[in-house]
Design a binder for this molecule. Structure first.
Ligand code: ZN
Length: 270
């Protein structure tokens, strides 16, 4: 599933190719994504217009045209790439074609993504309840600590809840909790300020590392038949259940929390 770093990499990959270019046409081959694609509205709003900025909010891309926005989410399996007149692949559902014939092409085999339009992202139903950006200025350990008091949810669920903080997917939650030495089942309200400070630093660190790694795939956004190269993380615990902890050599355990696999070291993580 594309996570925050992949979405940020997508933004950086497509931005230089489409910014301030006039849209000449839009082709929607499949309108049935997570929500129906408003094809006529998109044509009405975008043809002969330009995108003046591309922003990211959590895992949503916001492509600004005049004072309004195209909201794109990649869902479970979506990807955007810059294409030319090349052969379509299965699941290439949407093309936004520019004056220079470059195409912003959306592919989504499982069709859980979305293409929607809004004149006010802050009040849009998908965006209005999102917590702060982990890479933004308002996020730190004190914020998480204050928010978590009296919360009984496991810390892992707490940091994966996009109302509390956006962009901490399952892999990142597993890894950050290991680095911060916090057991994923611990009640959020019982984690100390000091631990939250370490945890917030680890969340920022792992997201930044992944974005840096993604930088090496930017060329894959153009002229390639492949989907953009979502990158492999260097993982300490995720997917390593039954193997030795890289710090203490204990055997890593796997439990399910909120239906998600949670791997931890029973000795290092308290
Ligand atoms: Zn260990």
């Amino acid at each position: 599933m594309p996570e925050l770093p992949e979405v940020e990499t997508t933004l950086r990959g497509i931005e230089p190719h489409i910014l301030n270019k006039t849209v000449s046409s839009i082709i929607v081959r499949q309108t049935s994504l997570r929500w129906p694609v408003p094809t006529e509205l998109l044509k009405d709003k975008l043809i002969n217009k330009t995108f003046s900025a591309i922003k990211r909010r959590g895992k949503y891309l916001l492509l600004q045209a005049s004072e309004e926005f195209l909201i794109i989410h990649l869902g479970m399996s979506g990807s955007l790439r810059i294409a030319r007149e090349e052969k379509l692949k299965k699941h290439d559902h949407i093309d936004i074609i520019f004056e220079d014939e470059l195409i912003l092409r959306y592919c989504d085999p499982r069709r859980f993504g979305c293409f929607l339009w809004t004149d006010n992202p802050d009040s849009h139903f998908l965006l209005k309840n999102l917590g702060p950006e982990p890479l933004g200025n308002s996020f730190n350990g004190k914020y998480l600590f204050d928010l978590s008091r009296k919360r009984k949810a496991p810390i892992k669920n707490f940091i994966m809840n996009s109302k509390n903080i956006v962009g901490v997917g399952n892999i990142y939650a597993n890894e950050a909790l290991f680095k911060a030495k916090i057991r994923p089942t611990r009640q959020a309200g019982r984690v100390s300020l000091q631990k939250f400070e370490t945890l917030s630093e680890e969340i920022v660190s792992i997201l930044r590392k992944s974005i840096d790694q993604g930088g090496t795939t930017l060329r894959d956004f153009v002229g390639s038949d492949n989907k953009p190269g979502y990158f492999k993380q260097q993982l300490e615990v995720y997917g390593r259940q039954g193997k030795e902890c890289k710090i203490c050599s204990s055997i890593l355990k796997n439990i399910t929390i909120g239906q998600r696999s949670s791997v931890f070291c029973p000795k290092c993580q308290k």
